[in-house]
Ligand binder design. Structure first.
Ligand SMILES: [Zn+2]
Length: 295
């Protein structure tokens, strides 16, 4: 009997050693679901990544919850978009984060596209950088550097995954340029609910004719609606783009479409949904929608 005991102890030790590996995965917190997907692509199985704003919700009107404060407090790495898109995060970080948690703002260093605010409040920058795929590639690089900083022993794993995902995104970008080039010049116009598409427009050769609101936190005024009605009446192709995460926006755009006998189409901007569960799927869906609406 005495001889069996050491074997049992060894088995127990092996069993105990297997579980803490998975229990100590890096904890990464992102503000919204599109960043969560990009982080997952780079981090693979070496981390757990969550999004504070659930997929399908409008990020602009997000009010952080006590649950968000707890997630931030337990994170090894915190990733925000920046550009005014998720400023509420910085209040949470100041209040709760671990002293050693790294915070990355992925859009830092990118050129901001500003627009003249139609309400006369001066200039506002568009924070939706990721709708230009080359900016998403920049995000991926920022993410890979951040992950490597907090976990240098996984550097080659992250590098390999980031490189192969960047290749996939570069192919996506090229495909979008080729597809969208088939839309006639005179139809290359986007009329949308909120100011989300200036980077997409710049990269893929569109004009953003107008949008109903700069930021969906504010509802449009009758004057905003009248301005868009007039604009659309002067267009031969009256395509109106709305986004699934903004319920009130969809109602306004539907009444606008009725008024000018236009067609409603869906573009994904800030969140995933039934037809688009990842960043790549979202951009493919948007490309197909633009083709259907404007070719
Ligand atoms: Zn938005």
């Amino acid at each position: 009997m005495k001889r069996i005991l050491p074997c049992l102890v060894l088995v127990l030790l092996l069993g105990a050693a297997a579980s803490p590996v998975s229990a100590h995965k890096l904890q990464v917190v992102t503000t919204f679901s599109i960043l969560q997907d990009l982080v997952q692509q780079v981090g693979g199985e070496r981390l757990e990544v969550s999004s504070l704003i659930p997929s399908g919700m409008d990020p602009h009107s997000w009010e952080p919850t006590p649950r968000d404060a707890r997630a931030v407090a337990n994170a090894d790495l915190i990733i925000a978009n920046g550009g005014g898109f998720d400023d509420w995060l910085f209040g949470l970080v100041g209040g709760a984060a671990q002293a050693d948690a790294l915070v990355i703002v992925v859009s830092e260093g990118l050129d901001v596209i500003e627009h003249e605010d139609s309400h006369g409040h001066g200039h506002q920058g568009d924070p939706h950088f990721w709708l230009n795929v080359t900016n998403a590639i920049y995000y991926v690089e920022q993410i890979a550097q951040g992950l490597t900083t907090i976990s240098p022993e996984d550097a080659s794993y992250f590098r390999e995954r980031a490189d192969s995902y960047r290749q996939e995104l570069a192919d996506l970008d090229r495909w979008m340029i080729e597809e969208l080039a088939r839309i006639p010049e005179e139809n290359r116009v986007i009329v949308a609910y909120h100011n989300a598409f200036s980077y997409l427009a710049e990269r893929y050769g569109f004009a953003v004719a107008d949008f109903l609101v700069a930021n969906p936190e504010a509802e449009p005024t009758p004057r905003d609606l009248a301005r868009l009605v007039e604009l659309l009446r002067g267009m031969s192709r009256r395509a109106i783009f709305t986004e699934p995460q903004i319920g009130t926006g969809t109602r306004y755009m539907q009444s606008l479409a009725k008024e000018v006998q236009g067609e409603i189409y869906t573009l994904y901007s800030d969140s995933f949904g039934p037809e688009a569960g990842s960043y790549v799927e979202m951009m493919k869906y948007n490309t197909q929608t633009l083709m259907e609406a404007l070719e």
